[in-house]
Design a protein around this ligand. Sequence first.
Ligand SMILES: O=C(O)c1ccccc1NCC(=O)[C@H](O)[C@H](O)COP(=O)(O)O
Length: 262
Amino acid sequence: MSVLDGILAGVREDLAQRQSAVPLAELKARVSDAPPALDPLPGFRAPGVSIIAEVKRKSPSKGELATIADPAALAAEYAAGGAAAISVLTEQRRFGGSLDDLAAVRAEVSVPVLRKDFIVTPYQLWEARAWGADLALLMVVSLPGGLLEELHGLALELGLTPLVETHTEEEIARAADLGAEVVGINARDLTTLEVDRAVFQKLAPHLPEAAVKIAESGVTGPEDVAEYHAWGADVVLVGEALVRSGDPRSSIGEFISQAGRP
Ligand SMILES: O=C(O)c1ccccc1NCC(=O)[C@H](O)[C@H](O)COP(=O)(O)O
């Protein structure tokens, strides 16, 4: 079983428990009372590079990364540093996240918030909106056949901006077929966990011209952000380097200025 298959098995078990505790009808009622989702596109299309800053406690590849007792306070630092959006890992077993983290961050910041999780069912998109997300991650690798299209369509109906994540030319073609407006290339191969930032350089020319182009993973410092931007990234998603930084607010400022925002 690959790492990704193992993660997905755990995600499905936890999901089954939440589904029996909170019926879909209850989530739908919550969504109808929720304020509308924020639009991340203006921030993503701003001149220069934009940053999505991630709240990430641990990971399958690195283990414990940081003790984040107050994810809202960390997100406030990210926003003060100029992050265009905040990514909140909500998967519990391998990443130590939760929907409570998502809600806490949403309540604290006024920039858009991404639910970063292994979304494989409509229920998780309703959850994302009910807990305040503005964007939701859809990983092409784990959404076979018509499921990608179904979840992409539902995300849009709910007002969520789908971030369609790819890692191969074939996956980019599937994202393009959907007309996805926001497409990410993850430099991390989720089946082996190997990170190779050059994957973005190689695949970026295949991204749909009009899409917001997001480079994900593998940033260790400002020079990596600048390189992703030079290779065509409008937005760079950064986790580990920020949660390990003693001063994430200044780090984001350096990422943006070194990549040459006017
Ligand atoms: O981070 C992992 O080890 C990981 C393993 C398996 C599936 C997903 C994983 N990470 C999710 C992400 O894509 C990253 O959290 C995100 O792109 C930030 O990456 P980084 O800046 O390298 O922490």
